[in-house]
Design a protein around this ligand. Sequence first.
Ligand code: NDP
Ligand code: MG
Length: 392
Amino acid sequence: MSSPPTRVAILGATGSIGTQALAVVRELQRVGHPLEVVALAGGRNVEPLASATAEFGVRWVGVAGPEEADRLRNLVSRTLHIVHGPAGLAYLAALPEVDLVLNAVVGAVGLVPTLAALGAGKRVALANKESLVIGGELVRRACRAADQIIPVDSEHAALFQILQGSNAREVGRVWITASGGPFRDRPPAALAVVTPAEALAHPVWAMGRRISVDSATVANKAFEVIEAHHLFALPWDRIGVLVHPQARVHALVEFSDGTVLAQLAPPDMRIPIAAALAYPGRCPFPSEQLALSGLNLSFEELLPGRYPAFDVVLEAGKGGGTAPAVANAADEVLVEAFLRGAIPFTAIAEGITAVCAEHVPSPVGTVADVWAADNWARERARAFVAERGRGV
Ligand code: NDP
Ligand code: MG
C-alpha cells in the first residue's frame, strides 16, 4: 500500500528559497514522491503567487496585508481561502490539513508561524533563520522532538545529517563554512564605496536581497552560529566558522576519537530543500553530481576582528535575551537603507554596533518581549540612518 502524501504549506513561496522549493516539489512529484502542496504564502508579489496556487491546486493562500489580499482576490478562483498578515501565516502553519511547513519567509515576521507550526505539532522545514536568531529560547521550548525542525540552511542541513544517530557526549567541535562573500579579498578600507549591485553579486549563491547583503557583511555567518547554537543545543565555544571559498563542504563535526565527518554537496539550495521535504528519506533529485576528482578544498578559520558585523551580531547572540532580536531588527533596517542608497555599506556594521550598544538586554519570556525589542531597535536604526543620511 502506498503511503499517504505529506501535505505541505510553503511560506515565502515567491522568494528565492520558495520558488526553488516549488521546483523541488514539481520534481519530487514527477518521480512519484508522495507530496501535496495545500497552502502557499507570499508577501507582496501576488501575480506569481496566483499562478502557483492554480498550478498546485492549493485551497489556502496567505499574503502580507489586506491590500495584497484584495489584489490577489482579483486573480484567483473564488473558492480559494485568502488570509493575510502574520496572523494569516500562523493560521496556515497550524492548519489541520498540513503535515509539514516550509518556512521560507525572510525576516523577523517568520517567528510567529514557526511557533504556530511547532505548537500544532507540525514538522517544520526551517529556512527562516530569524526564527531561531530572535526567538531561539521560545522555539526550543515549543519543539517536541529532535527532528521536529529540519534545517534548510545549507550548513545546518549538513550538521543535521552528520549528527543523525550520534551520541552528544562524543561530539566535540562543529564547524560551519563561509564562502567569505563578494568582498573576501577587498581590504576593509575599500568597503565604504561598494555599491548595492556589488554587494548583491555573491560569488557562489543566488539568494534573496537581505541574505546576500548579510553574506557580504558576514553578519549572515553570525546569525548562522546563533542558529546552530539553538538547533543543536551547542555551547558557543564548540561552534567554529571556516572560510571555505569553494563552498563544497557545508559543515564538519569533530568526534571524540579524532574522526572528523564532513558533508559535501554542490552549492545548490534545492539539495537541502529536497532533503527536508523528503525527510527521513532521500529522493532522487537531478542536481549536478559533485565532481570529486581534481577538487581543491581550502579552509581558514574566521578570526574575530576581520568582519565587524560578524563580531557584533555574534556578541549579541552570546548575550542572549533580547540582544539578538535587536541585532537582527537593526540589520533588517540598515540593509534595506543600504540597498536604497541611504547609507554606505560600512554603516551597516556601524549601525548595528550603535543600536546594540544602546540596548540593555532583558530575558525573553514571550513573543511580546521579542516584538518590544524588535520595534525599539527598528526605531533606533531608523534614527541612525536619518543621521547618517544628513552626513552626521
Ligand atoms: P527572499 O527575499 O528571496 O524571499 C522572501 C520571501 O518572504 C518572499 O516570498 C516574500 O514575499 C516573503 N515575505 C517577505 N515579507 C513578508 C511578510 N511581511 N509577510 C509574508 N511574506 C513575506 O528571501 P530568501 O528566499 O533568500 O530567504 C528566505 C529565508 O531563508 C531567510 O530567512 C534566509 O536567511 C533563509 N535562507 C536563504 C537562502 C537562500 O539561498 N536564499 C539560504 C539559506 C537560508 P514577496 O516577495 O511576495 O514580497
Ligand atoms: Mg547558510
